[in-house]
Design a protein around this ligand. Structure first.
Ligand code: PEP
Ligand code: MN
Length: 369
């Protein structure tokens, strides 16, 4: 059950305390107070956890500070969009707002290699006015003989360079809970010049112990859908993050493995953007690079990666994670799918055109009787 408080009622207010006291009168139930950064307002919601099926709604509805009481389905308790829940689970991190109506491009390198290449990447982003990027220090590789990432050794100079070029958030995959500690310590040692969004990769989508650990952390998380499991299984796995208390989550689509001789590395699943936005209250990210996997050009001159980006953005994607590299031939991971820096302005302009078209479609729909 979720108790939604009226506008302006803060988590620490008397009104919330009163409701929490009433919740505590019921055995085996406890209350968790959450601040929700919605699309149009900031809300306080009180989640009743435990055996809530026999708890009546009426006593809570009688509080004048309560807007409504929602009985939630068992499925996707925390991340799900339940009957009567219009507000998205947005959040603010290091000055950047994420929600189901925001839009950010995270362009950057798949794996951090040299300070020179990273600086070139960050300089191009700053020149294009982009404050969000991707950069991997810990890489999960199919072969144990492939480059595994520089690990914690590259974090100090990565964070320092990010600060120098005004990067606010770096999406960075972690493959072990120790990496969270390493990132936290390196950020602190560098004086917090930037922020990190922890990335749970498709290979770890059902690594429940990792999900539990990240669910306890203060960092926002980009959870990537498992490439060979059902959407339901991915959403349930993602729920582990929220169940641990971390609600700063973005759900990522990155293509599905079909092994049916597809022309792309993975089968593009961006038609699921509105599906995930309807089933959950999470912002949704698309990763055209790991979906397409190649720097292919279509007969119309657009790259396949730009075409698929457009497909996700026109469907309402809130974030685009995309691989670039100043010298793809030197990249130690995923060079063949990296776009080059001279393509960055075009990529951004193209995405902006499509985003504008999406917003116009929404406006048109609002006018529909
Ligand atoms: C990546 O983003 O570099 C990555 C490994 O992604 P995925 O987990 O989607 O394969
Ligand atoms: Mn990659």
């Amino acid at each position: 059950m979720i108790i939604v408080m009226k506008d302006g009622i803060l988590p620490e207010s008397q009104e919330v305390q009163q409701v929490v006291r009433m919740v505590e009168r019921f055995p085996d139930v406890h209350a968790e107070v959450r601040k929700i950064h919605g699309t149009t307002r900031v809300l306080t919601e009180i989640y009743l956890l435990g055996s809530t099926s026999t708890i009546p709604q009426e006593p809570f509805e009688e509080f004048s500070a309560v807007e409504k009481v929602i009985r939630i389905r068992e499925r996707y308790r925390s991340i799900g969009r339940h009957e009567g829940q219009a507000e998205a689970l947005g959040f603010e991190y290091n000055g950047v707002h994420f929600g189901q109506d925001t839009f950010h491009v995270f362009a950057g390198v798949c794996a951090i290699d040299t300070p020179e290449n990273l600086e070139e990447m960050f300089r191009a982003l700053a020149g294009a006015g982009v404050q969000t990027t991707r950069a991997g220090a810990y890489k999960p590789r199919t072969s144990p003989y492939d480059f595994q990432g520089h690990g914690k050794s590259c974090l100090p100079w990565t964070f320092e360079l990010a600060g120098k070029y005004g990067i606010r958030v770096i999406a960075m995959e972690i493959t072990h809970e120790d990496h969270v500690k390493e990132i936290r310590e390196a950020l602190r040692a560098a004086g917090n010049p930037t922020g990190v969004m922890l990335q749970i990769g498709t290979r770890n989508a059902q690594n429940f112990e990792l999900l539990k650990a990240v669910g306890q952390s203060e960092f926002p998380v980009l959870f990537k859908r498992g490439m060979g499991i059902t959407l339901d299984e991915s959403l349930n796995a993602c729920e582990y993050l929220a169940a641990g208390g971390n609600h700063k989550i973005v759900f990522g689509l990155r293509g599905m493995k079909t092994n049916l001789g597809d022309p792309h590395r993975n089968f593009v699943d961006f038609g699921h953007v509105p599906v995930v936005k309807r089933m959950t209250r999470l912002p949704v990210c698309i990763d055209p690079s790991h979906s397409v996997g190649k720097r292919l050009v279509a007969p119309d001159g657009l790259l396949d990666i730009e075409h698929t980006t457009a497909q996700g953005v026109i469907a309402g994607a809130n974030m685009v994670l995309v691989d670039f590299h100043p010298h793809p031939e030197q990249a130690l991971c995923d060079g063949p799918q990296a776009l080059v820096l001279s393509e960055l302005p075009h990529f951004l302009e193209d995405a902006t055109i499509v985003r504008r078209a999406y917003l116009e479609r929404c406006k048109l729909t609002r006018g529909r009787a």
